[in-house]
Design a protein around this ligand. Structure first.
Ligand code: SF4
Length: 343
């Protein structure tokens, strides 16, 4: 039987099934740098000495030996995504029935993302190590991911570094956060700070979307979180006026706190944010440590004109009473998300 197992620098993240496959096998096939990582559990097993550099020959060797043996084929890439299992299926038609098992692994993408934080909400992954990929295909795929607000994982992108940088800058995505991971080391930067030297052949690039933010050196693309608000008397007063069309339109220069943020021409239409507390740091809010209080001091997003123009008519349709700030919080947060992703 032929067993497909991934072994890379993240050996501690191998599954129990994959470890058992190695332990219960009598033949191990793989390249030297990966075999070294598991030499403590492969003592006494047959390890063919042929130097095989192409993947198809590696698979063929595995198949030829697996007729009478338990053979583990060690893949340094994720077998079920970019690695050997895919090539195996493409060549399967050449052989009689073969018994095999593919062990799902912690993919390099999951592993690298975990070093960065939690960036992979709604993501696409593009493998640029593909031999036959063309620049037009790369451009189409990356642009499509950007337009659709996916987090984009670029696998092995060194060769196409200039093209990727150009696509990102053309899309005016210079403000997006980008995580770089290579051989267990990671960095979080903006696109203009990435140079060809930031890459080696193993680097994985994780390009955040409009909602991705950095907090305490972690890259985070938030998942939906609905926190029921406590309605402060001033909030109740503001939304009573809002419902009666008596709240401010645009800047409120008569307010004694105006301008309460250091921004040009802040809009005061939602001086009391209808989304409070959003619990989402992508616009600048944060928790005050040990107080369970959401702090909006650094969020100027709700005072931007394009935001007001987008959300105001929609919120008017939703809020019929002040209690709707609580009762319809999910619908309100959908408007917030739509606005951020459309900007
Ligand atoms: S002001 Fe900003 S951070 Fe605060 S709740 Fe509203 S959207 Fe969220």
């Amino acid at each position: 039987m032929l067993h497909f197992v991934r072994v890379d620098s993240d050996r501690e993240n191998m599954t129990i099934g994959a470890l058992n496959a190695i332990k219960n096998s009598n033949i191990i096939i793989g390249c030297e740098k990966n075999l070294i990582m598991i030499e403590d559990i492969t003592k006494g097993k047959i390890i063919p000495e042929e130097t095989i550099n192409d993947k198809i020959s590696l698979i063929e060797l595995g198949i030829s030996m697996a007729l009478d043996n338990e053979v583990v084929l060690i893949d340094y890439e994720d077998p079920e995504t970019f690695g050997l299992a895919n090539l195996f299926f493409q060549n399967l038609g050449k052989y009689d029935e073969i018994n095999f098992k593919i062990y799902p692994s912690t993919t390099s993408i999951n592993y690298d993302a975990s070093l960065l934080g939690a960036p992979l909400t709604d993501f696409v992954a593009i493998d640029l190590s593909e031999d036959l990929i063309t620049t037009s295909e790369i451009k189409k795929k990356v642009e499509c991911g950007l337009k659709s607000n996916f987090v984009i994982v670029i696998y092995k992108g060194k060769k196409y570094f200039s093209l990727i940088k150009e696509i990102l800058l053309n899309f005016k995505k210079e403000d997006l956060w980008i995580g770089l991971v290579s051989n267990g080391k990671h960095d979080i930067v903006k696109i203009e700070n990435i140079t060809e030297n930031s890459f080696n052949s193993n680097t994985i690039l994780i390009i955040g979307n409009r909602m991705t933010y950095v907090k305490d050196d972690r890259l985070i693309t938030p998942k939906s979180m609905i926190i029921t608000p406590f309605l402060h008397p001033l909030t109740k007063e503001f939304y009573t006026n809002f419902i009666n069309n008596e709240s401010p339109d645009g800047p409120n220069k008569t307010c004694e706190y105006y301008p309460c943020h250091s921004m040009v021409n802040p809009q005061c239409d939602f001086c009391y944010c209808p989304f409070y507390p959003c619990g989402d740091g992508s616009t600048g809010g944060k928790w005050i440590k040990n107080k369970n209080v959401w702090d909006c001091v650094d969020c100027t997003w709700i005072h931007e004109k394009y935001v007001i123009d987008f959300i105001k008519p929609k919120i008017k349709e939703i809020i019929e009473s002040v209690d709707d700030l609580k009762n319809k919080k999910k619908d309100l947060l959908k408007i917030r998300r739509e606005c951020i992703l459309n900007s």
